[in-house]
Every structure is written in C-alpha cells, then in structure tokens.
Design a binder for this molecule. Structure first.
Ligand SMILES: [Zn+2]
Ligand SMILES: [Zn+2]
Length: 731
C-alpha cells in the first residue's frame, strides 16, 4: 500500500498562502512541477513547492491531486527561491509570484514538451580521413573540423552559422559515413568565438577596469553619454561569457525600435539568441524561453519579464537604459525588474551590468554609497559630442500646429543640408482636448477621470487609459447648439501639418498607433536607415535606444507640462527624456543640434538643462530629494484600494490603517492617507491610497511584519480590492 505524502502548491490566487494536497508516493516529482488540483468545484493548476510525510492539517480533509502535468520541473530551484524572495520583499501573494516567473503559455495546464533537436556528430575521429578532405572538398572539411571541436555535436542552427548551405554538405558527409545524427535533449553548447570590431580607447579602458571584477557578484553601472558605445561593451562582455560556456540575459526597455539592436546582435552572434517582448504571442515567448532554458541559444534578449528566463549556467545579466520606467511592473505583481535582477545576480554570485546615459537617481545614489561600481564613457567614438540643449522661447512667436517660427527655420536649415530631423511630442492622437465653445462641455471618458483624445484618422474620441472610444459628436451633446472644437496638438495633427508644409520631404510618424503595424513601422525604419532627408515624429518610443547617424536635429515640443507636474519624479524624468532625445542627433559625421521649445525659459529646471550636464542636474535633484525626504533617501510602501464607490475604497484603507497603527514603531514612520488617488476613477473603479514613508527601512519592515498577517486576512472582493506596492514608483 502506498503512503500518502503531503505536498504544498503555489496557485495563482491573490491570497497570502500556499495550498496543501496529498500525492501518491509512487510519484516522486521534483519541485517546480505543475499539477492539476481540485479547487472548489473545478480544477486549478498548481506548482509543486515541496512535499513531506506529515501535515499540520487533518489528513482526512486534504484532497488528492488530480494529475501531474509535467514530466520535468518547469521552474528550477533557483527560480523558486527567487520567487520566495520576491513574495517576501514585495509582500505579494506567493502563488501569484511563482506564476509570474513562468511564461504566460505555461500558466494554465498546457503541456510543456521538452523539444528534441537533431544533432550531428562526427562518426570516426580519423584525422587522416578528415585531412583528405582539405583539398578535395573544403566545405566538407570545414564542417568536419567544426564537429571535431564540438564533440557534443552541432544542431542545424549551429551548422548554418558555419555554412548557410550546410545541408547538402552534411548529406554528402553522411553518404561518406563520416557523420551521424541523433536526437538530443537539453543544452547543446555554444557557438564558436566571434570576432568583434576594435574598441575605442575609452571603451577598452572601461573593460580593462571592469574585467577583474567579473568573477563574482557585483553591480556595474556604465554611465556613458548618448552614443558613447555602451552596446559594443555589452556585446564584448557577452562574447567573453560565451567563451566560458555561459549564457546571458540582456534586458531592454519596452520600446518598438529594438529592430536595430536585434540586427546588431544577429550580425555578431548569428542566430544564437532568443527574443521575447510583449509584441510576440504567448507561444512565441514560450519557445524563446524554452530555447534559452535548453541552452540552444546563449542570449535572451527581451523586455522586463525576460528576466525570469532560466538556464543552467547564467553568467551575466545586462540591463540597458536602466533608468527606464518600463522595468517597473505596475499591474498585478508589482516589482522592479532592475532590483529583482540584482537580487538574482547576487543569489547566483554573477555580475550584473547596468547601462544608461541618464542613470536613475537610485543608481547614482548607490554608486555614491559604493554599492555599485561606476564607469564613465565621456566621449563618442564618432567625431561629434552630443549636442547641447538650446531653448526656443515661443511666448511671442506665431505658432502653427505646435511649432514656432524659429523651429520651422531650424528644421528647414537641416533639411537643406540633407539632415534628418527628429521631432519629439509625447502625445499621440490628433488633439488632447475636445470641448464645446458655447457651454464648456468637455469630452471625458465614461470610465476614467480623463479627457478623451481626438483621433481623426479613426474618426473617434479615445481614452488612452482604458481604451474606451466613441464617435466624434456633430454638435455639443450637452447644449445641442454649440460647435465641438478641439485644442492642443498630438502627433497625428503634427504629422498632417508637417506634410502640408514640406510636401517634398517624407514625414514619418512613430507612435503606438503606428507601431501596431509591423509593415508600416518597418517601412519607416528603412527610410531612416537610407539616410535621406526626412522628418521623424514620435512619442517616447523614439526617445531612446536607436542610432540613426543621419539625424542632425532633435526638436522637443511641449516639454512644459512636466515642469508643473505634481509627481516628485517629474524633473528627473524630464531631464532624462531631454538628454535622451537630444542625444539622438549628431551621431554620424555631422554635428547635431537639439532645441527645446518652451513658454517658460526662465524656469530653474529649463535653465539647468541649458547650462549643465545630466550628472550635475542629477546631483542637484538628489540634494532636493534628500531635503524633502523622498526616495532614494526614504522608502515608500503604498497600500492601494479600488472599489465601485470611492467611500468603499477609503474604508478598506481605513481598516488597513487601523491594523498598522497598533504596531510598535508605527509612530516612527510617516503615514499619509487614506486619500483619493491622483486619477481617482480609472476603468470604472474609484481608487484610493495610503502611503507609508520612512528614512529607515527597518521601521517599515517592522511595522509591516507585525501587521501583515492581519492585513492579509482582509479579502479582496469584486466590489473592493486592495494591493500593496513596495518601493512605489510615484506617490
Ligand atoms: Zn455645448
Ligand atoms: Zn477611460
């Protein structure tokens, strides 16, 4: 008779607990394996966390698992340990965190089949026979030599690296009975060493300084101006990891312009990398995850969640544009991919390299505290330094579709010199405000506290937060006799205006409305690559991560709104955006210029942007943060609630506040709220927040560890739900 064993499972539910079921002891599954589990009336997928012979619960009431889904574990021990750390640090429900670490494709009960790969091996290692091929058949000789070096064999993918027309050559060798193939599972080794171009003196010096520190865990920040060649350093580091038989995770922000980077990586490493980003299907992302897991590819190049790729021999994590906001996940499990990546590197005792031209204040502060190593790249390998920002005052200027006359003059001068021009306007659509001239009615979202944006090509008014759309009314829906007018400029209107003004120049718009179409985006990028004069209009998608040497002018329209934002991060973000956008210009053999159009040229931040480097501005902003007691000099934990009525959301947070207030040390921290969130109504629900701030993280941790057991019992319902946000990004 088999003895029941008891096993703990993670289930993706917003509950602060794991679930216990009984197992057949005949079934010695490793932790990280998925099971189908009976749950209320149906079934759920769970991930096995551990098993034991005894249970604290009444054995008679513990239900038996339905069936095992996987042959092998889908999460390895290290990923389970990382998910435990995340659940503990971010105070998130442990089951949801475990499922966050899985590719979306495997979060249900879909089977995971370890893919088998054909692998060719050398049959008889007779050096004479191979040598005999050297002159008679150089192509066959080449492949034999490669196989001699790779005794574990080479896959079709790897053979293609050696010879794109490898197949007939391998067939011929099979006919000579010199090769055979077999199915192989799991890792299959790496590519031969790759040749990379010469580095500049600055790049070489940086690598020489970093290399001795790469043997174990350390955080390295490459603080290099735009266009200084950070990517070339990453590629060099990757090649060296390959040579040591290790794999690399390479994270980039969620942007549409990674094509250039993908091409660059392909040029150097052939097909030895997998790509994962939100534009791919779940199946595509799962395949990328599996290829990396099996060791078929050496690089996982992807956005935030690619951090959760697993493999046996991770040797390095790279986070490019580490300051970028898209590394922070704000829905579901709240975490910062940079911070989790640093923890992961520490657990594995491997190095992690962060890079940015405009590092986050957090990272700069960590360098000052000497927890990170900081390296500077102050020169571009090309002839020209990044342009200095110039302010264009438009207070007394004539303005047409958002551009003043001086901006037009500048654009025309650059086009006449065969330059490409980039115009940055971070607002998609045609116009952000639609209202009635008679009664003052405004087009507002039915579900959010947001204005609707006019999208003229789609003949609709669209909410950028929830996607709600409606047709443009012919007359005012409120007073019926007013005329509906629009105000303000979006990229769609700017495009239309520039096309009319410059009919002979291609005008390319890149924003989320265009990026959905791969074909349209590809065509625009080819135009940019051609180097012919053109105007590129775009939102934050064009602010970073690309390198088009023909761009000689960057124009930033409407930076002013950030000057009066209530967010304490607004100044940091504005400085980062302006330095990134201006840094797109002058990367080739012509000097670049960058102009910022403003109605507030005397504003202290505008003056600082004009005169100072990003590093100096960052130092001043850090001083400001210190004096106000804001992060990184304080830690913030935010409780958020949302409900059908605002009152209910506030009440839920009142309950939480009461549980916090009875803890020891509560008096030592600052507690603000409950109060309505900045955008109170979003997607049909009212939102409120309760904010805890302390300069001493131990105080926060102590208050939370005393109160969380009780807070966790407060169930979220469909009427009122709550969540906790550790290291909240915005207040
Ligand atoms: Zn009206
Ligand atoms: Zn909305």
């Amino acid at each position: 008779m088999t003895q029941p064993r008891f096993a703990r499972f993670a289930i993706a539910l917003p509950l602060y607990r794991v679930f216990e079921y009984s197992l057949d002891s005949e079934d010695p599954a490793p932790v990280g394996t998925r099971y189908r589990l009976p749950f209320t009336s149906g079934t759920r997928t769970g991930v096995l966390l551990g098993a034991s012979d005894a249970s604290d619960f009444d054995p008679a009431r513990i239900r038996q698992v339905v069936e095992r889904i996987d042959e092998q574990a889908v999460l390895d021990g290290h990923m389970l340990e990382l998910s435990r750390w995340m659940a503990d640090y971010y105070l998130q429900p442990p089951g949801e965190v475990v499922f966050q670490c899985l590719p979306g494709y495997l979060r249900g009960a879909r089977p995971h089949h370890s893919t088998r790969v054909k692998c060719w091996k050398l049959k008889l290692p007779d050096p004479g026979a191979i040598e005999g091929l050297r002159l008679r058949s150089p192509r066959q000789y080449e492949i034999c030599i490669a196989l001699q070096r790779h005794r574990r064999g080479l896959t079709a993918l790897q053979l293609r690296q050696i010879n794109p027309k490898w197949h007939p050559v391998v067939r011929a060798l099979e006919a000579r009975d010199m090769l055979f193939w077999e199915w192989v599972e799991g890792g299959i080794g790496h590519l031969p060493a790759v040749d990379l171009p010469e580095l500049s003196a600055g790049q070489s010096a940086l690598l020489a300084e970093m290399e001795p520190r790469l043997g174990s865990f350390a955080v390295h920040l490459i603080d290099g101006i735009t266009g200084s060649g950070k990517t070339e350093i990453y590629l060099r580091l990757i090649r060296d990891r390959f040579a040591a038989g290790q794999q690399v995770i390479y994270l980039v922000p969620e942007i549409g312009l990674t094509n250039q980077l993908i091409e660059r990586v392909r040029l150097r490493f052939g097909d030895c990398f997998a790509i994962s980003h939100s534009g791919l299907t779940e199946l595509q992302r799962y395949r990328a995850w599996d290829r990396f897991r099996r060791g078929e590819v050496g690089i996982m190049l992807g956005t935030r969640s690619s951090l959760f790729s697993q493999c046996d021999n991770l040797g390095l994590i790279i986070i490019d544009e580490e300051h970028d906001h898209s590394y922070r996940q704000e829905d579901g499990i709240r975490y910062h991919a940079r911070d989790v990546a640093i923890k992961r590197a520490q657990m594995l005792d491997i190095p992690i390299v962060l890079g940015s031209a405009t590092p986050s204040l957090e990272s700069i502060n960590n360098c000052a505290r000497e927890t990170y190593h900081r390296y500077r790249l102050d020169h571009r390998p090309t002839r020209f330094a990044p342009p200095r920002l110039e302010l264009v005052d438009i207070r007394n200027s004539q303005v047409e579709f958002g551009c003043g006359t001086r901006v037009f003059a500048r654009i025309e001068r650059h086009l006449a010199c065969a330059g490409q021009v980039l115009v940055y306007l971070n607002r998609r659509g045609y116009a952000p405000v639609v209202m009635c001239h008679e009664c003052g009615w405004q087009a507002l979202c039915r579900h959010c506290d947001m204005r609707l944006t006019l999208h003229q090509s789609a003949h609709s008014l669209l909410c950028h937060h929830c996607g709600f759309s409606q047709v443009v009314p012919e007359s005012c829906p409120e007073c019926c006799n007013g005329e509906v007018r629009h105000y303000g400029i979006g990229t769609e209107q700017l495009e239309q205006g520039l096309v009319q003004r410059y009919p002979d120049t291609p005008v390319l718009r890149i924003d989320r409305d265009v990026a959905g179409s791969r074909a349209a985006l590809g065509e625009r990028l080819r135009q940019l690559e051609s180097g012919e004069p053109c105007i590129l209009i775009g939102t934050q998608m064009i602010a970073k991560g690309h390198d088009y040497p023909a761009i000689t002018l960057s124009v930033i329209l409407d930076a002013d709104q950030a000057l009066f934002s209530s967010s304490y991060r607004a100044s940091e973000r504005l400085a980062q955006t302006l330095f990134q956008v201006s840094g797109r210009a002058g990367r080739g053999d012509r000097a670049g210029e960058a102009v910022v159009q403003t109605r507030f040229p005397e504003h202290p931040l505008m003056q600082a942007l004009l005169r100072k480097s990003y590093r100096d501005i960052a130092q001043e902003l850090l001083q400001e943060r210190r004096s106000f007691g804001f992060p990184p000099y304080a830690r913030v934990v935010m409780f958020r609630a949302d409900a059908i009525e605002l009152k209910e959301a506030l009440e839920k947070l009142d309950e939480i506040r009461e549980l916090l207030a009875v803890t020891r040390r509560f008096e030592e921290l600052t507690c603000v709220g409950p109060m309505p969130a900045l955008m109170t109504r979003r997607i049909g629900r009212y939102r409120a927040q309760l904010c805890l701030i302390s300069q001493d993280y131990q105080v926060l941790r102590s208050v939370l560890s005393q109160s969380m057991p009780a807070i966790e019992q407060l169930a979220s319902t469909s009427r009122t739900s709550w969540a906790i946000d550790v290291d909240a990004y915005d207040l």
